[in-house]
Design a protein around this ligand. Structure first.
Ligand code: TEU
Length: 563
């Protein structure tokens, strides 16, 4: 079954999607109330961010009970109803598997910390150190040292993320079997797969060595990303669990090159079916990483990254296509133009991910062109934002500069509540939302977007419908043109069942089209475009000496087909 290749994924961040109780936090019954919306949009698979019991230090990515539903989100009965509701509508559900770490409130860790000689001590990384000298100089992703001192046992434990997210020791076979048993329980409930959180971090260098001169806190990625046993663990997980279910897996993998990608998703590798390669998500990271407010990015580099991954994985594995997720800023603000061309640029970005090879992922709100926000610092809730801001402020950085970076790249940009209507709190909640609603909800909301015939939502709906009926857009050969153009992303998708030409102007200026002769001459008929005279003939023949193949308007996308 290749439903996971042909399906279109819609990512729901449950905390911000729809609140059914009025407590200001999205929940499972809120999602249940929107199932017909998902059918109307046309998506086939839902990826749900973590819904398990959690103290929410990192909004559910710190799990204290893998088998219970977070109380704020509802009950297991609500989950069962949600899953049944999705399946009744032909929509599959993939859950978020967070097994590089768990919560420090998980019983395993509580026991591990309390009993240095107990069975769970080795489920984590406990190492000697003294009060002011951690076992190594690794940095945590969420600022500061990756080690936390435990006065009772006078040892440190490793946490690559927050100190409430202790890393699990995958070298321990008992831990691995506990994880596999948990996965089977969710599969046996009918779940259709997993998105696997930072899964290529689960194998650490056995000696956990410091980086460089040991004194300076440094990023230790070389010692825990794509580690020595990663493939052993992934192939064991496949043997023990995944091969026994008709399921979908997608691994969140930082710092993976094509060769490493092939190791993870090659059809004969029996590991994962696809990964999120994150290279294009770091395009606008500067020397200071993601928070560098002055960093810019190039469209040529963006296109070459996407092309490299398409061609690099072609024939042996599969690919995912996405512009954002719950950790990234809003796509139309980052890669489009949310001021002068918000609708057109949102449409142009959709035209790319929904016509490229690979499984397309739509993050909730992308389909209506939701944008970044500029809140005062006290309005932010994300642990990554607040810990970075505190650390940088302590180092004497200018708060205005820091806020500029947060406005540009902060994860809460993606986590503001879904904007359903122009009513109170955008129809997300009848209470006070856990995170402020974007003030532009009066203009940007589902109800308004669905009513806008030439707008973003109908464009997504039509593109999704096109991809579902024309499998050439899923499986067809990919050939790109105009690779050196800083404006235009141009490519052809063809196989025995179809021949499509996709032309997208990813810029604010008109763009000349310099397609190679044979392509230019071919008899292209327009399938859809987001600009140009609304009264154009339904399917003008683009091969006529017409303006269509001479230039594209700003953010114009054209999908054409050779009949
Ligand atoms: O993300 C991994 C991660 O490093 C990101 O949080 C990173 O900070 C972000 O891409 C911006 O640079 C995963 C989850 O997606 C994230 O939500 C969790 O906070 C994190 O792991 C820990 O589980």
């Amino acid at each position: 079954m290749t439903w996971w290749k042909e399906g279109i994924v819609y990512q729901i961040y449950p905390r911000s999607f729809a609140d059914s109780t009025g407590n200001g936090v999205g929940d499972l019954r809120g999602i249940i109330s929107k199932l017909d919306y998902l059918v109307e949009l046309g998506v086939d698979i839902v990826w749900l961010n973590p819904i398990y019991q959690s103290p929410n230090d990192d909004n559910g990515y710190d799990i204290s009970d893998y088998d219970a539903i977070m109380a704020e989100f509802g009950t297991m009965a609500d989950f069962d109803e949600l899953l049944a509701g999705l399946h009744q509508r032909g929509i599959r559900l993939i859950m978020d598997l967070v097994v590089n770490h768990c919560s420090d409130e998980h019983p395993w860790f509580v026991s591990s910390r309390a009993n240095p000689t107990g069975p769970y001590r080795d489920y984590y990384f406990w190492r000697d150190g003294d009060q002011d000298r951690a076992p190594n100089n690794w940095l945590s992703v969420f600022s500061g040292s990756a080690w936390e001192f435990d006065p009772a046992s006078r040892q440190y434990y490793l946490h690559l993320f927050s100190k409430k997210q202790p890393d699990l020791n995958w070298a321990n076979p008992d831990l691995r079997q506990d994880i596999y048993r948990m996965m089977r329980r969710w599969f046996d409930k009918g779940v259709d797969g997993f998105r696997m959180d930072v899964i290529n971090m689960i194998s650490k260098h056995p000696h956990l060595p410091s980086v460089g001169d040991e004194i300076q806190l440094s990023w230790g990625g070389e010692y825990f990303i794509n580690g020595p046993k990663l493939h052993d663990y992934m192939q064991e997980m496949h043997r023990e669990v995944l091969q026994h279910y008709d399921c979908m897996t997608v691994g969140e993998c930082f710092d993976v090159d094509i060769e490493q990608g092939k190791q993870l998703v090659g059809a004969d590798r029996n590991e994962l079916q696809m990964i999120f390669q994150m290279e294009h998500m770091a395009l606008d990271h500067g020397p200071a990483g993601k928070w560098d407010a002055q960093a810019t990015w190039s469209r040529v580099a963006l296109k070459s990254i996407l092309k490299r991954w398409i061609e690099g994985l072609d024939g042996i594995g599969w690919n995912s296509q996405f512009w954002m997720n719950h950790d990234q800023p809003r796509a139309v603000s980052r890669f489009g133009n949310d001021q002068s061309f918000r609708i057109e640029s949102a449409q142009a970005l959709a035209a790319v991910t929904l016509t490229l090879p690979g499984t397309p992922y739509i993050y909730m709100g992308e389909e209506i062109g939701m944008t970044n926000v500029q809140y005062p610092i006290e309005a932010y809730r994300d642990l990554e934002i607040t810990s970075w801001y505190r650390e940088q402020l302590a180092q004497g950085r200018d708060p205005v500069q820091l806020l500029t970076s947060i406005h540009r790249m902060g994860r809460d940009n993606a986590r503001t509540p879904m904007q359903w209507t122009d009513g109170p709190q955008a129809g997300f909640t009848t209470g006070m939302p856990w995170l402020r609603v974007n003030p532009n909800f009066a203009q940007i909301n589902v109800a308004a977007a669905q009513a806008e015939e030439q707008g973003v939502w109908p464009w997504y709906q039509r593109l999704i419908a096109l991809r579902k009926v024309r499998k050439t857009l899923v499986y067809g050969h990919y050939e790109s043109f105009m690779d050196s153009s800083e404006q235009v992303f141009a490519y052809r998708r063809r196989d025995a069942n179809g021949d499509f030409l996709v032309l997208v102007n990813l810029s604010d200026q008109p763009a000349d089209l310099t397609l190679p002769e044979p392509v230019r001459r071919d008899d292209w008929h327009l399938v859809m475009t987001n600009r140009g005279p609304a009264d154009q003939p339904s399917r003008p023949n683009l091969a006529q000496p017409s303006v269509w193949l001479q230039y594209l308007s700003p953010w114009q996308a054209v999908v054409a087909e050779r009949p």
